[in-house]
Design a protein around this ligand. Structure first.
Ligand code: ADP
Ligand code: CDP
Length: 209
């Protein structure tokens, strides 16, 4: 297939989609956008302003964040993830972040994006779409270990409860819910290490090129 290579990677919390998206970007020499960071930036902006993520007006005000926030280590926290999944249900917030993501996906040289609605809303004509998943206990363990490495100490049970609550909110919302695009290839990484998952992802992209 000719034209730029655009790869859409979607999936639930801590499924490994970011790891796979980054590796694909490296492998194909493409720019990568972790769209979850945009929603996390809005979420943390609301919290820092003392607002309520469930209030659309508070969330919309926080959409005007400065670029520097994207590198803030606080974005990785559970609190930011929880706030992100609440603000992301407001259609006005999704609309405010849409143009930037579509423009990234439409770069002439191609791109890799990961999130929840890349294959369904942001880049429905992507060359290859992956829906990355893993069992919830596996995802909780991976996220728990990641947070521990970052010095953010929470219990594994707490991480699991947070992931399940977020999955339910993300799948149940009316605006761009987390759902596998019909033409996305399912990649369950429950029993795969990073190298095996990346290899499988490259094979999926190759089959679509
Ligand atoms: N296949 C895998 N096997 C083991 N650990 C993984 C695998 N994929 C990702 N991880 C680890 O799990 C954590 C969450 O992965 P990440 O790619 O950030 O997930 P997501 O972007 O879906 O939230 C990270 O610490 C990452 O290194
Ligand atoms: N394209 C996207 C990306 C993230 N999000 C929201 O942002 C939250 C944080 O996303 P993330 O990708 O950083 O979260 P993890 O999967 O890394 O835990 C998700 O729970 C979603 O509610 C979204 O709605 N749409």
């Amino acid at each position: 297939m000719s034209g730029p290579l655009v790869i859409a990677v979607d999936g639930p919390a801590a499924s490994g989609k970011g790891t796979i998206a980054r590796a694909l970007a490296r492998h194909y020499g493409l720019p990568h956008l972790d769209t979850g960071l945009l929603y996390r930036a809005v979420g943390i902006g609301v919290l820092r302003a003392g607002g309520d993520p469930s209030q659309a007006a508070d969330a919309l005000r926080a959409c005007d964040f400065s670029e520097g926030v994207m590198a803030d280590p606080g974005l990785k926290s559970e609190a930011a993830g929880r706030a992100a999944s609440i603000v992301s249900a407001h259609p006005a917030v999704r609309a405010a972040l849409l143009a930037r993501q579509r423009a990234f996906a439409a770069q002439p040289g191609g791109a890799v994006l990961d999130g929840r609605d890349i294959g369904t809303v942001i880049a429905p004509a992507a060359t290859a779409k992956l829906f990355v998943t893993a069992a919830s206990d596996v995802r909780a363990r991976r996220r728990f270990e990641e947070l521990a490495r970052l010095g953010l100490h929470v219990t594994e049970d707490h991480v699991l409860a947070d992931i399940l609550a977020r999955d339910e909110r993300d799948s149940g919302r009316a605006a761009a819910p987390l759902v596998r695009a019909e033409d996305a290839v399912l990649l369950d990484t429950s029993a795969m290490g990073v190298d095996a998952a990346v290899k499988a992802a490259i094979a999926i992209v190759e089959a679509r090129r």
